[in-house]
Ligand binder design. Sequence first.
Ligand code: RUQ
Ligand code: CUA
Length: 653
Amino acid sequence: MKKYTFHLFAILGMALFLSSCGDQNGKASSNSGLSSNNAEKVYVAPGEHDEFYAFMSGGYSGNLTVYGLPSGRMFKEIPVFSQFPTSGYGYSEETKPMLNTSFGFVPWDDAHHPDISQTNGELDGRWIFINGNNTPRIARISLSTFETEEIMEVPNSAGNHSSSFVTENTEYVVAGTRFSVPIPQRDMPINEYKGNFRGSLSFISVDPEDGHMDLKFQILMPGFNYDLSHPGRGKSHGWFFFTTYNTEEANSLLEVNASQNDKDFIAAVNWKKIEEYVANGGGTMMPAEYAHNVYDEASHTATSTLKKEVLTIDPTKVPGAVYFLPTPKSPHGVDVDPSGEYIIGNGKLSADLTIHSFDKMVAAIEAKKFDGEAYGIPILKFDDVLAGTVKSGGLGPLHTEFDGEGNAYTTFFISSEVVMWKLGTWEVIDRKPTYYSVGHLMIPGGNSRKPFGKYVVAMNKITKDRYLPTGPELEHSAQIYDISGDKMELIYDFPTHGEPHYAAGIPAELLAPKSKKIYKLSENKHPFAATGPADTEVVREGNEVHIYMSMIRSHFTPDNIEGIKVGDKVYFHVTNQEQDFDVPHGFAMIGANNSELLIMPGQTKSLVWEPKKVGVWPFYCTDFCSALHQEMQGYIRVSPAGSNTELSWSLGE
Ligand code: RUQ
Ligand code: CUA
């Protein structure tokens, strides 16, 4: 152990050294002189469109950002797990239920791994999924509206990190726990972790028609940390692979105590077997509490339902369902190549990559060649399943993507580089530095049977000197490499918002034609919609006041309202009557304790305002919508509590 600790510190020391290798006085030293040729490769002329969409996780922003490739231009931030005053997401009455959980309203999360829905292992561009780590949740976002449509909380999970990856036909979106915890949760001494905590792997089904999610079953695994996961594809479709670390089951100082074992495991889960077992009545229903939040596009409104039970599976009761593949040095990423044969384990404390063979794994299972078991789960022999090793010469491998031409690309955090290597021969073809300390990387479609190649985007953890300094806090840096030639070529550097972990890229032609432009007013089913001035009114119910308001360039109907009193709870239900692309209006009320509303054409949104002061108070449109945008305003008269000012409303009187 002493010797090992020494190595660990040596590696960490090296990391510090390497990550500070830029010239601190100014520009990075090693990538100057990009040719103008490279500039052309990322130049998207004014009015032209990018070739790819890139969806970058927002990390601790809790959101998802949309960029163009190769330009690196940011198009949109899609609010997912975090309140977003820019649009009123999580502030408006309609969207507050999206952030409901069994812990109550949780307005933030840490979003890591977006994954686009697939059909036959190819990106189909219907939805994108992303995980919330902190209060375990999985979100589904529509790729027609680019809005979050559904959030499912995951019970019995903690640090929902090995998520959210989809199976080949989006049968399931899968969510694994990072932390093992007592299941069910209970009051117990922390140091009784070993043997008592469990790790849950959750399989959430996705309805092929409307995408609706349902937590089908949860596999209760030994108390390891489940770090990342990827689906089998092609011949390994039906399997799912999860990396583990802390197979030591340490509960303190994991930095040292979870780095003892020379090898941890990749857990191979045959989910088709478990599906069969469940279909035959297998599994145990367990009481649980978790929120399921669904946004309905027709009513523009979300509802939250608290679910009460979950089907749990004891993997030792399902023969042939789960195996462990020994994998060196606390593996982080596990990635499966487009053919489904190679399962790549990135041991984050090692230099080499371990590649397992799916065929060899199946053969070893059939021959029952096991090397003991862990908590009743058979362990395969390392040499029996090993396909090969990449002697990379790098340090700290994290994640691998594929270009569909037989090449793999692996990020190395410690040595700060992307290494390109050949599947099957394991030879290193090229390596390029990243600036600095790269985490994930992304090739459009690189996590599917059909990668689109062309670009690698490296998402880096450290920015340092890449851009003009902005005080102590810097956006993260990303780099684009052209991979259309034999070697990788660094062509562009751009900042990203939040901390992008993973990203998903897709050709623009698969999404752009079906991108929604407006919501049809005639299809608006919002209970408080005012689809035209004739529907506008103000209704008092006790101290609650509902204002049915409509908006069109460049006025609100009504724009003068009297008879509101201190102590009232005022609901502005505002409908945007426009039916033109890109004509949102905003709504902002002085002193409101939430945010503005940004309302798309045909949409209704509601804001609550509790007036505290007597007076005449203005509201206005926040989005510059016409030459007379500044005229788009109104007044609310607030009288003292108990006054008898009559309720009245008007426009143009
Ligand atoms: S992680 S930098 Cu959250 Cu996917 Cu590996
Ligand atoms: Cu409507 Cu500005």
